[in-house]
Design a protein around this ligand. Structure first.
Ligand code: MG
Length: 388
């Protein structure tokens, strides 16, 4: 049976880090989390480059493992070419959904979980020093949580020319919920709280609540959650309805920060506060590949429009501008424009500073809606006092 995935995804800088080195991908049927590591801003470069390379390769039709190996090669090459990036790497936990099967690849200590009924199961093994010790029986899972060396990885993407990447498949059922997350979430939030939160009906709501939980537990690291709720496709006579809300589909596509992700643009910290709704956690009704085949003419046209929009997002998500959202300042990802019914932008991070409080010179900076790379938009946001 073909299952339809509704995603909710969010990343947050946490409470102690100066940058966010996590990146997530929401590009149905591909979903992924990367947690970068390396000095200076190399961790951000590594996770963004891996995510971007993976998404492009999967979109090109490459099998997931081959796409992950391509991402490894890209990060490894960049680390070799750029002396500022030497030694950088990233975790990668990704799934491609096909009918009722989840095809996973995994390397590092980000995690994949499955909630089925009331039971939460960790699908991935942690490729970390303490993860190996727990599997060898030398350490308990409880001891691992506070072990001083818990952040040392035994495997990562991009640190060697050939990466040892785990690959596995999981048979999925309607009602299942998948979670891909960075260790900033799994290391901070007890499994029981993850289990309860994943049970929430709305995946965007669950992602936001998980981020909030991690912050409540101290938020020592960057926090990323990609929640996927799997359901049966609607009955045939509902299918056109499923594909019609182009606005909603556009929100999902534009929210996909595959290219949060301009590699080498001197990436800066970005995060959506968990207590604010983010475009990235908008629930999706993106049709699955199986159901697309059965769509009527109108739906096919709309689906094509979404594909075009998605191709565009790879480009436009590498640009940012400051705009006004509901009276307050916000950093937007994309272009301040629309293509027919598709908005070419999404709120990337909201500020609590109201537009009204800006002086005339500051207003001019906002009104011109100039386009920036991620590093320069964060500098502008700083200038405007957007993050007190
Ligand atoms: Mg981390």
């Amino acid at each position: 049976m073909t299952l339809v995935a509704r995603p909710g995804a969010l990343t947050d800088i946490g409470l102690h880090r100066k940058t966010n080195e996590d990146t997530f991908v929401v590009a149905p049927p591909l979903f992924a989390v990367c947690d970068g590591m390396g000095g200076a801003q190399a961790g951000e470069v590594a996770s963004a480059l891996a995510a971007e390379t993976l998404a492009a390769a999967v979109a090109d039709g490459r099998p997931l493992l081959a796409a992950a190996e391509q991402a490894n090669a890209a990060v490894f090459q960049r680390a070799h070419d750029d002396s500022d990036s030497t030694g950088m790497g990233t975790t990668l936990t990704a799934v491609v959904l096909a009918d009722d099967t989840g095809h996973f690849v995994h390397i590092g200590d980000s995690r994949a979980y499955l909630l089925r009924g009331d039971v939460l199961e960790q699908l991935s093994d942690d490729h970390s020093l303490v993860g190996e010790m727990v599997r060898d029986g030398r350490l308990s899972a409880e001891e691992a949580v506070t072990h001083p060396h818990r952040s040392i990885l035994s495997r990562a993407l991009g640190t060697e020319s050939l990466a040892r990447i785990d690959e596995f498949e999981v048979d999925l059922q309607a009602g299942d919920v998948l979670l891909l997350c960075s260790d900033g979430l799994s290391g901070a939030v007890p499994a029981e709280a993850i289990r309860k939160t994943l049970g929430r009906a709305d995946p965007g709501d669950a992602a936001a609540k998980l981020i909030a939980e991690a912050r409540k537990h101290g938020g020592p690291d960057n926090i990323t959650a990609v929640v996927l709720r799997l359901d049966e496709p609607p009955a045939a006579d509902e299918e056109v309805t499923l594909a019609v809300p182009a606005d909603e589909a556009a929100t999902v596509m534009l929210a996909a920060p595959v290219a949060d992700a301009g590699p080498g643009d001197g990436l800066e910290a970005v995060a959506a506060p968990p207590d604010l709704p983010s475009a990235a956690d908008a629930p999706s009704t993106a049709p699955s590949r199986g159901s697309k085949r059965r769509l009527g003419g109108l739906a096919v046209v709309l689906a094509l429009l979404v594909v075009v929009a998605f191709a565009g997002v790879l480009t436009i998500s590498t640009v940012f501008y400051v705009g006004v959202d509901d009276g307050g300042l916000a950093v937007y990802s994309g272009l301040p424009a629309a293509l027919g019914p598709l908005q070419l932008h999404a709120v990337y991070r909201r500020s609590s500073r109201p537009y009204e409080s800006l002086d005339p010179a500051e207003r001019r900076l906002v009104d011109q809606q100039g386009l920036h790379t991620r590093s320069s938009i964060m500098a502008l946001a700083e200038t405007l006092g957007m993050w007190p």
